[in-house]
Design a protein around this ligand. Structure first.
Ligand code: KG4
Ligand code: ZN
Length: 348
């Protein structure tokens, strides 16, 4: 039997994505982005994003089908991001998926955006060994997950208690006069800087003693990046007050090092605590070159295998949704009902 042909629709933030996969093989990954429309606001504007999805969804759908050389009639199932994400943005994708599913009489799968960020790696590296630990770092989320079964058993171990890692990149970039989204320009600037130039804080890495005097387990797998962002702002302001030039590359490299240090330390700790030997990294920040190198280096010391999809698949796209949909179909999971809701705060 040939593997199922699955189409995935993603509209949870500012990317309109339609991907088509056959099993673990990527056939098409069409993307339209409204990122330029948000750039002057320094962040994604929900109303602008919804409107852009509405304009882009049909042409992106048509492009994906053309690129894959198939028609809607050939598709076995349609998967769509049902949450979490921006409510109005999600609604466009969910409504479109329902329309196509109804018209072409196809089963529909409403999927979780975070699980899809993990599933996309299967398109590059094949089935994910389960259990695995997933480090999910994007503009909206920073989470450590235990993946016992990608289809049904993803357990959050910890998450950010304030800003997401990508949000910290975006805010620090803005402070340094770099464009939105800030991850890529910081990544580039950091290559010319010294990561040890400024000792920025590593949030939530030194557990305080609990009532019994032993180190408290509270926040062991959680993250905090807002203190780091403030520390960078104070450091830059202090230089400006003294009338001294800001060493942008050193600030970028030292900031990036602090973020990656915390992310990798906690991911390795989670793997060791659970006795798990696979770490999968996903989400937009997983495109960061230093994060990938540091994870490889430190995980190798502990016999942990790191899996990270190529940078283009780390940021939001339709292929990740199709990959998770294909996995659900292969595992025999029942489709969603046609009245499935969009859930902006969808839990895992
Ligand atoms: O997963 P994603 O495309 O959208 C969300 O679900 O949020 O992630 C976008 C985030 C942005 O904050 C962006 O600055 C960050 O990913 N990002 C990066 C890099 N490329 C994108 N952060 C650090 N280094 C990068 N190379
Ligand atoms: Zn995302």
């Amino acid at each position: 039997m040939t593997e199922p042909l699955v189409l995935g629709i993603e509209t949870s933030c500012d990317e309109t994505g339609v991907g088509i996969v056959r099993g673990h093989t990527l056939l098409a990954d069409a993307l339209a982005s409204s990122v330029d429309e948000h750039a002057r606001f320094g962040g994604v504007v929900p109303e602008v994003a919804s409107r852009a999805h509405l304009e882009a969804i049909v042409p992106t759908m048509e492009r994906a089908l053309k690129d894959a050389g198939v028609t809607l009639a050939d598709i076995d199932a349609i998967a769509v991001t049902a949450g979490p994400g921006l409510a109005g943005a999600l609604l466009v994708g969910v409504a479109a998926a329902k329309g196509y599913a109804l018209a072409a009489e196809k089963p529909i799968y409403g999927v979780n955006h975070l699980a899809a960020h993990v599933a996309v790696d299967t398109l590059e590296h094949g089935p994910l060994p389960e259990p695995a630990i997933a480090l999910l770092v994007s503009g909206g989320h920073s989470s450590l997950l235990e993946v016992d079964d990608l289809a049904t058993g993803v357990t959050p171990l910890g998450a950010t208690i304030d800003d997401a890692a990508g949000e910290a990149f975006d805010k620090v970039a803005r402070l340094l006069g770099m464009p939105f989204p800030g991850g890529p320009p910081i990544d580039r600037a950091a290559r010319e800087g010294d990561p040890a130039a400024i000792p920025f804080p590593r949030g939530l890495t030194a557990p305080k003693a609990g009532p019994d005097g032993k180190p408290s387990a509270a926040h062991r797998f959680d993250f905090s990046f807002s203190g780091l962002k403030t520390a960078v702002a104070r450091w830059v302001e202090a230089r400006e007050r003294l009338g001294e030039p800001v060493p942008v590359a050193d600030v970028a490299a030292s900031f990036q090092e602090a973020v990656c240090d915390v992310l990798v330390a906690k991911a390795v700790d989670a793997c060791r605590d659970r006795g798990i030997e696979t770490l999968v990294i996903g989400g937009g920040v997983a495109a960061n070159s230093r994060l990938r190198a540091m994870a490889e280096e430190r995980c190798a010391r502990h016999g942990i295998t790191v899996r990270a999809p190529r940078p283009k698949l780390c940021t939001d796209n339709g292929a990740m949704v199709a990959a998770l949909g294909a996995h659900l179909v292969a595992r025999g999971v029942a489709p969603s009902r046609l009245d499935l809701p969009a859930d902006s705060a969808m839990p895992l």
